[in-house]
Design a protein around this ligand. Structure first.
Ligand code: NAD
Ligand code: TYD
Length: 352
């Protein structure tokens, strides 16, 4: 991969990925294509904005003409599609934007890439790849035993996960039908710097810092399999460079925790390092999410065996680094929680 479109590069994982690649690969050239929805923030990329190996274009991935022109302008050989509406709760209140961006947007990118990368003989140019960043949520919910494997049947429940599963199937169809060089990665819940405070960990950190109640959905015993974002970036880098075309790779760290464990970890770090008045009394159990998946857990054996990937960040280290980052980057949080965020928070949590 030399000349890469990274979509959604102003979001949480996309911006961590761009920062990681520009540090790692002196030869790479990245075009960050992002619509800058509420979740996109160019502040994340301040340190690279003048790097000659990086350009930003504000664009919707559903804009076929615009995306097509970028392929010609930059002679793109790789697409890594992070762009998505990514928050389950928002997909419950407003599903259509998820269908549009996650399904139609992915199909638009894929179709343009197919056209631009054609070798004119029914095949594809050497060295091209389309990587779809997906989620373990496409597999649905686990009981107390077992893990998601790549051959676990898709069984999404929320409009978010259903839109991601739909996109995965379209990507798969381009491999099955046209033998287009694609990969799909499915990762578990990420955490780390630059995550928007609608997701569990940054929301709880922000609320602790503001002495706001900590809204735990239902009994708080739901389980997520947490993955430090930099470990995820390394896995994507490996898959895009070395992954066998047509393959799906699950990415997870065998790091399952209940939501209450996560919330208590945030409380205790902030209590010990920042503000002694923050304690468990801030926790409030609120009405559960509709259709809430109980447990996610990934079996990452395939990517380990095929590409030698394994997560390097122990949860205890990762969570400390993450909370420290939010404590040290108060201006970043202040920037993202102004205006529209307050309205979102009130609508989602008031009277819940
Ligand atoms: P995010 O919500 O932080 O960022 C999404 C980015 O996409 C934003 O910058 C936004 O502006 C951009 N975007 C949205 N709609 C767009 C459109 N129509 N055109 C162009 N850009 C658009 O999301 P994230 O947490 O960084 O997730 C990135 C990807 O990883 C997503 O595809 C998501 O489904 C997947 N994923 C995330 C997690 C996680 O824990 N965060 C876990 C599994 C999979
Ligand atoms: P979230 O970060 O939204 O990720 P996902 O739903 O994609 O797994 O939520 C993680 C877990 O935390 C999920 O079980 C829902 C729960 N949760 C709360 O209990 N309270 C909250 O305020 C939020 C945002 C999430």
């Amino acid at each position: 991969m030399k000349r890469v479109i990274v979509t959604g590069g102003a979001g949480f994982i996309g911006s961590n990925f761009i920062l990681y690649e520009l540090k790692k690969d002196p030869e790479i050239f990245i075009v960050n294509v992002d619509k800058l929805t509420y979740a996109g923030n160019l502040e994340n990329l301040k340190e690279v904005e003048n790097d000659p190996r990086y350009v930003f274009r504000q664009m919707d991935i559903c804009d076929a003409e615009g995306v097509s022109a970028l392929f010609d302008e930059f002679d793109i050989d790789t697409v890594i599609n992070f762009a998505a509406e990514s928050h389950v709760d928002r997909s419950i209140s407003d599903p259509m934007v998820f269908i549009r961006t996650n399904v139609l947007g992915t199909a638009t990118l894929l179709n343009i890439a197919r056209d631009k990368w054609s070798d004119g003989n029914g095949g594809f140019r050497e060295g091209v790849k389309f990587l779809q960043v997906s989620t373990d949520e496409v597999y649905g919910s686990l009981g107390p035993e077992g893990f998601f494997r790549e051959d676990t049947p898709l069984d999404p429940h929320s409009p978010y996960s259903a839109s991601k599963a739909s996109a995965d199937l379209i990507v798969k169809s381009y491999y099955d039908t046209f033998r287009m060089p694609v990969n799909i990665t499915r990762c578990s819940n990420n955490y780390g710097p630059y995550q928007f405070p609608e997701k569990l960990i940054p929301l709880m950190i922000n609320n602790c810092l503001n002495h706001r109640e900590l809204p735990v959905y239902g009994d708080g015993l739901q389980i997520r399999d947490w993955l430090y974002v930099e470990d995820h970036c390394k896995a994507i880098d490996l898959v895009v460079r070395e992954g066998e075309v047509g393959q799906v790779y699950n990415i997870g760290g065998h790091n399952e925790r209940t939501n209450l464990f996560i919330v208590n970890s945030v409380i205790s770090y902030i209590h010990d390092n920042q503000d002694e008045t923050v304690d468990e009394s801030l926790i409030r159990h609120v009405t559960d999410r509709k259709g809430h998946d109980r447990r996610y857990g990934i079996d990452p054996q395939k990517i380990h065996d095929a590409l030698g990937w394994e997560p390097e960040t122990m949860f205890e280290n990762g969570i400390r680094k993450t909370i420290r980052w939010y404590l040290d980057n108060g201006e970043w949080i202040d920037g993202v929680v102004s205006g529209a965020y307050q309205k979102y928070y009130d609508e989602m949590y008031r009277g819940r």
